[in-house]
Unconditional design. Sequence first.
Length: 315
Amino acid sequence: MDISVVIPLLNEQESLTELYNWIVKVMQSNKYTYEILFIDDGSTDKSWDTITSLSKKDQNVKGIQFLKNYGKSQALHAGFAEAQGGVIITMDADLQDNPEEIPEMYDMIIKDGYDLISGWKKKRYDSVIAKNLPSKLFNAAARKTSGLKLHDFNCGLKAYKNQVVKQVDVHGEMHRYIPVLAKNAGFNKIGEKVVLHQARKYGKTKFGMNRFVNGFLDLITIWFMSRFGKRPMHFFGLIGTILFIIGFCFSLYLGIDKLFIEKTGRLIASRPEFYIALTSMILGTQFFLAGFLGEIMLTSKRDKERYHISEKIHL
């Protein structure tokens, strides 16, 4: 199979049939063998009914329905697990991503040998304050932190080699940073393509300020995990050791001063250095233990599903 199109969605009933027809037109005109995987992330409208109807008339349409809303990352994780195509295309279901971009992105993976192609919505039709400005801040921070020179990490339209999606673990809300996860997994040939962005035709955006805050927190997480995820003791243990040494040095100073220098009889506990030493040694011990516990957790890590599926179609 040439292409798997993975489409996570939440309450996009009005756009699904139009998006399906558009994708099929592109696939048939280019003579691709394909599958379309709709992942219904707990929609409360009739999105699943539409997916079921499409699957009855076209065996290439497959569906996964979550019991509740788990988030876009979990939807992509489920879609990636089921995808069988040599190239995986992800896109949003709101018609803001253009299926006409698929052939060129496919060629960049197959002919040019890229592991991942990320779309770049160079000209956007979103609100400047609500989406454009936060996106620019996200992307600048992600470029600085990851070293990847991509303009639009958050673009839903991306193309992957099958091996990439099978080896990259998308969890939490890390879908924004899949290129970074891919790079950390060893897939270094990552490219970018300017794609056409279209104004939302139906419904309303799911973007909110909580996504703005969560995005930066996720970026900190992914930076930490990429550097210390496999060796937490190198981070926590180092900080703990430094703090403990500082505290020990203050304690040693107080002891020497009390025994050989101090003649006034002042209690050690009345001196500020005592509290600095005590606090530093306690914090140092806690940081060291945090690193030690992190190492133990890594060795006892077990795979665990992060969502529950109520129904599948053709899978």
